[in-house]
Design a protein around this ligand. Structure first.
Ligand code: TRP
Ligand code: SF4
Length: 343
């Protein structure tokens, strides 16, 4: 964690227990940077407030669940700084400055706004209705990308690992950085570069995008039994009706891709053959997959169970990490005020 290391910043909204899509897609990407970079990982509770301002009773538990999942997955508090966004008030102060230099039409252009409105109303399936959203979108939600810029710029991070869904927000941050540097005639802020994850997105067991609200996800913290049960519900090759029908692995939208992600090459070969030659029924195949997945997550799950018995430690990580994050954010904010020639 020396000063010379480049800084990475990323975050997640605390939506509750994370699923294996988060693990394979986001967390493993984060893990890979822990040695090479000085990493700051935020539990973005202010961002959660932009849409869930009326569900704050779940916040404390959700924050805890996300932190447990992170540490169990290998985010190492000795190497990386895990912090709670709302415990770093410097970010809010920076957000005020950034909000002054951000044109209104930049925030109104945010392509994710419409989706966030849907989350806000809790009706993800309702077909798009063209309507005036200005009464539904709060001032804070409109500022979502400005707040995310403030997160990243609080540490003057140069790299931000994100999924493709956040690329527009990162481009926004780069615009804000350029605008700040231009207005105040400085080169202080880095233009942060995205680092996309390599892993293909894991689909939910119904073949749709995996998500908590779709009831199609497998949690990092699910038990072996829960995992096996969910896999049993997964869709398969829809043309394989009888046990004796030969299967088509490439038409099997969930089980087969999961094998490719979690099993070794030899096992995948056997599995495909056993499917094609109807040696395995889908239930046999799914049982095998559940075993492989449970093996894969055993260590993480065991670690999570241990941490659940030691919540004081986990709360300590959140508090201590936030204090440490502030040390850097305080310095950046001091520089910013100097550059802006504020009192
Ligand atoms: N908006 C991000 C998401 O929904 C979470 C987030 C908040 C974030 N602050 C960040 C990501 C800063 C990267 C950098 O996934
Ligand atoms: Fe899919 Fe396995 Fe059934 Fe083949 S045997 S269709 S790969 S679940």
């Amino acid at each position: 964690m020396s000063e010379s290391k480049k800084r990475i910043m990323s975050g997640m909204r605390p939506t509750g227990k994370l699923h294996i899509g988060h693990y394979m897609g986001v967390l493993r990407n984060w893990l890979s940077f822990q040695d090479e970079y000085d990493c700051f990982f935020a539990i973005a509770d202010w961002h959660a407030l932009t849409t869930k301002f009326d569900q704050t009773k779940d916040f404390r538990q959700n924050i805890l669940d996300v932190t447990l999942d992170w540490i169990a997955s290998g985010i190492d508090p000795e190497k990386s700084t895990i912090y709670l966004q709302s415990l770093v008030p410097e970010t809010a102060e920076l957000h005020i400055f950034l909000s002054m230099i951000t044109p209104q039409n930049w925030v109104e252009r945010d392509p994710t706004l419409k989706d966030m409105v849907k989350i806000l109303r809790g009706n993800l399936d309702e077909p798009e209705k063209e309507q005036d959203l200005s009464g539904i979108i709060s001032y804070g939600l409109l500022g979502y990308p400005v707040l995310m810029s403030a997160d990243i710029m609080s540490f003057n991070a140069s790299v931000v690992p994100v999924g493709t869904d956040q690329l527009a927000h990162l481009e926004f941050t780069r615009d804000v950085v350029r605008r700040f540097n231009h207005i105040y005639k400085t080169e202080y802020f880095n233009e942060p570069m995205p680092k996309l994850t390599q892993t293909p997105l894991l689909k939910g067991i119904d073949g749709q995008k995996m998500g908590k609200s779709f009831n199609n996800d497998i949690k990092i913290s699910d038990s072996d039994e829960e995992t096996a049960k969910k896999i049993m519900r997964a869709i398969t090759d829809r043309s394989r009706i009888k046990r004796t029908d030969p299967g088509h692995p490439d038409e099997c939208e969930v089980v087969c891709p999961y094998f490719e992600i979690f099993a070794d090459e030899e096992t995948v070969k056997t599995q495909r053959k056993n499917c094609e030659e109807a040696i395995w029924g889908c239930a046999d195949c799914k049982k095998q997959l559940a075993v492989i997945m449970n093996d894969h997550f055993r260590e993480v799950r065991t670690k999570r169970k241990e941490l659940e018995q030691n919540l004081d430690y986990v709360h300590g990580i959140i508090k201590g990490g936030s204090e440490k994050a502030r040390e850097t954010a305080v310095k950046v904010l001091k520089d910013v005020k100097e550059i802006m020639q504020l009192y």
